[in-house]
Design a protein around this ligand. Structure first.
Ligand code: UDP
Ligand code: MG
Length: 317
């Protein structure tokens, strides 16, 4: 029996591109068919357009198509998790539906997998159709997180990748609620290989990620993978207390030696505002972590499934 490749495609309001995407993917499947059986698992993340209709038609027409419809929009992270839970392949690929990730690259990924790599991730050389601001903030974020966290997250790397069965099984054991996938991918380890590629602009439809979402994404990345901000709080707190003590001693001795002089309103205000500001800032940072502990402690399922259509060709259970 040939090994099985499962390609997971999270899709949220992708009616404009799905058919074109599926055509290109089918072509790749045909090219791979001498060596591999392939199937695609679309995860409809609660789309409000005709995505499900298109998926139903594809499942009907093409033996190699499975689809999961989530009960509502849970976000790409949860949609991918559902895909990884249901994927049966010996190798599993995760790819965006909007053709920013070229499906043709899967062929190269497969050949590296056959050479023994467990994780083959696509690394962008170029980002088209994205503003300089998005590029600059993204690169600053990768630099920051690689400095402050222990897992090495490769830069310019999205979710597009191939993972071996054991890498997927390992990933599936990480059930945390706050799913910073890039970090989780890096956390599982195993022999990894980067494939350079040129990231195109979206074929049609529009990006679901705005700046607010990206900011939260960055916050998620930092809080899930490092407690460096909490340590920073201790250090800054320590330094502030030290200077406050020195200055306090100076004020006391000055008063003892020379008596009470001018009222000292400015220095008082500066001290109060500074210490108050530092305290509020770090209470906020504490809050970010406590909020995440709260969310994790509820242990809610990561997604719910409304319906699941298994591919007609599916032979394994
Ligand atoms: N996506 C999803 N759920 C969401 C948002 C996005 O499943 O809530 C999917 C989307 O359909 C696409 C992929 O995630 O296949 C990447 O989304 P998008 O292209 O909007 O992100 P960008 O490429 O702009 O970062
Ligand atoms: Mg995109």
């Amino acid at each position: 029996m040939k090994p099985l490749l499962t390609v997971i495609v999270p899709a949220y309001n992708e009616q404009e591109v799905l058919l074109e995407f599926h055509q290109r993917l089918s072509k790749v499947f045909d090219d791979l068919s001498p060596e591999l059986d392939s199937e695609v698992l679309y995860v409809n993340d609660g789309s409000k357009d005709r995505t499900q209709e298109i998926l139903d038609r594809l499942t009907e027409q093409d033996q190699r198509v499975s689809s999961i419809e989530l009960s509502r929009n849970f976000g790409k992270e949860a949609a991918m998790t559902a895909g990884f839970d249901y994927a049966k392949g010996d190798a599993v690929v995760i790819i965006d539906a909007d053709l920013q990730d070229p499906p043709e690259l899967i062929k190269d990924m497969v050949s590296h997998w056959q050479q023994g790599y467990d994780v083959i991730y696509a690394q962008r050389t170029e980002r088209e159709g994205e503003t300089w601001l998005k590029k600059a903030t993204a690169s600053a974020f990768y630099r920051l997180i690689s400095k402050i966290s222990k897992v090495q997250i490769p830069k310019d790397t999205g979710d597009f990748r191939l993972m071996s069965r054991r890498a997927v099984d390992s990933l599936n054991r990480l059930r945390e609620q706050h799913r910073f996938m890039k970090g989780l991918f890096a956390f599982v380890g195993y022999p990894q290989k980067a494939l350079l590629y040129h990231r195109d602009a979206r074929a049609a439809g529009e990006s679901k990620f705005n700046f607010w979402k990206l900011w939260n994404f960055a916050l998620e990345g930092i809080t899930s993978f490092t407690i460096a901000p909490l340590k920073l709080a201790s250090y800054i707190g320590f330094a502030t207390a030290f200077f406050a003590f020195v200055y306090g001693a100076y004020v006391v001795f000055k008063t003892l030696l020379f008596g009470e002089s001018v009222p000292g309103y400015p220095s008082l205000m500066v001290a109060i505002l500074f210490i108050g500001g530092v305290q509020l800032l770090f209470i906020g940072i504490l809050g970010e972590y406590i909020g995440r502990i709260y969310n994790e402690s509820k242990q809610r399922p990561l997604y719910f499934i409304h319906q699941y259509h298994q591919a007609k060709s599916s032979r394994r259970d």
